[in-house]
Write a protein that binds this ligand. Structure first.
Ligand code: GMT
Length: 374
């Protein structure tokens, strides 16, 4: 197949899934065209069968806001015409699904099929903003196929937008060969010279991620056990979080590592991964952690219970309950045997349910199914 994929190129779950899907489809012999405003970070080197087309948007004094959605639609038209795309797969409803719809109309093509994947924030945050509500609902209804990354997100989309059509759940996935506890373990000694336990969190530091809860729970863990905290990522709350680290006197034990293209390199030296979000449609990073054999302490919200098995591969606790999170962390970190069981189960579950080798063929079959419908 000739597949166009449009996505956000930034460090974030939807961009990672779109890029890894592109690579997986290309490996399976399909021709994949990525259309975005920049090259997604995972696709910067050469990959056979993957072609990147950057969208340029002209700026004129008259435009208060550059019309990216129109620039993207134009590029989708050009790429579809030039390469004969069969499918455009839009990751994220806004604006990608809308641009894809417009491109299809401009091309007056019934042959070209549009598949939209909902990732979460497009439904839970952007969708809640009434100014986008009608456009998102329209695009979900008008796409030839729609997928959601968890059952939670599917149900929430149906109830919030009153959707009657089928939404297929295709879970997020991970390359369990690459995210593997046996691969190049990072140097624990570098971060924890006295063999302290290493806790890790990674996100885009938006308020919804509640990174300050990570620091507060770490403070409580530190009262009972020597530890280090590695914070990966960048975002609007970083300064606020730095301030809390200072206030709690944790500066010596907390490292801010900034954005990382391949988090698995760092996960190799983590003992525990913390994801205390108040909203998460899946929590891809928690899956990456488990694939690396790292148990997860997270919140019992959204799609997280589908990604993390409570009491088996991690513990799920109420949003904001940093005391309970610290207690569970201490329970795991102080019991080597228990921790080992969690590590093994986390790795096994990731491999058995969420491996890219299982999920990418699901997308492939879904495309075929959509293409076969007239
Ligand atoms: O979490 C974010 O802020 C980034 C966002 C994105 O669009 O990349 O993540 C969403 O999509 C990921 C991939 O499907 C999911 O794993 C995340 O749970 C989801 N984020 C939220 O629902 C907050």
């Amino acid at each position: 197949m000739k597949i166009g994929i449009t996505c956000y190129p930034t460090h974030g779950g939807s961009g990672v899934i779109a890029s890894e899907l592109a690579l997986g489809l290309a490996e399976r012999g399909h021709e994949v065209h990525i259309i975005s405003y920049a090259t997604p970070f995972r696709l910067r080197s050469f990959h056979q069968n993957v072609f990147v087309h950057e969208v340029q948007v002209a700026t004129y004094p008259l435009f208060k806001f550059p019309p990216y959605a129109l620039g993207l639609a134009t590029k989708l038209v050009e790429v579809t015409e030039e390469y004969g795309l069969d499918i455009i797969h839009a990751h994220y409803a806004v604006p990608h699904a809308a641009s894809a719809y417009l491109a299809k109309k401009i091309l007056r093509s019934d042959k070209l099929k549009i598949v939209t994947t909902l990732h979460g924030t497009d439904i839970t945050l952007v969708g809640a903003d009434k100014s986008f509500y009608r456009v998102i609902k329209f695009n979900i209804e008008e796409s030839d196929g729609v997928t959601a990354v968890s059952n939670y997100l599917k149900d929430r989309t149906i109830s919030e937008f009153g959707i009657g059509r089928e939404i297929r759940v295709i879970f997020n996935f991970v390359d369990t060969n690459r995210c593997n506890p046996c691969n190049e373990p990072c140097s624990r000694m570098h971060f924890a010279p006295n063999n302290e336990k290493i806790l890790m969190h990674a996100s885009n530091f938006r308020p919804v991620k509640r990174v300050s809860d990570v620091v507060r729970m770490f403070g409580k863990v530190k009262e009972k056990m020597p530890g280090k905290l590695l914070l990966v990522g960048e975002g609007p709350e970083r300064l606020f979080v730095q301030q809390i680290v200072k206030e709690l006197g944790l500066s010596k034990d907390v490292h801010f590592l900034g954005e990382q293209d391949y988090i698995e390199k760092l996960l190799g030296c983590a003992d525990l991964f913390i994801l205390p979000s108040e909203q998460e449609s899946f929590g891809l990073v928690a899956l990456e952690a488990q694939s690396c054999g790292v148990p997860v302490i997270a919140t019992n919200i959204g799609g997280i219970p589908e990604a993390v098995a409570d009491g088996k591969t991690g513990y799920l606790l109420p949003v904001g309950d940093v005391t309970a999170m610290a207690q569970k962390a201490l329970e795991l970190l102080s019991d080597g045997k228990l921790c080992h069981q969690f590590q093994k189960r986390a790795r096994k579950r990731a491999t058995q349910l969420f491996d890219s080798k299982l999920i990418i063929p699901e997308y492939e079959s879904y495309y075929m199914e959509i293409l076969s419908k007239s």
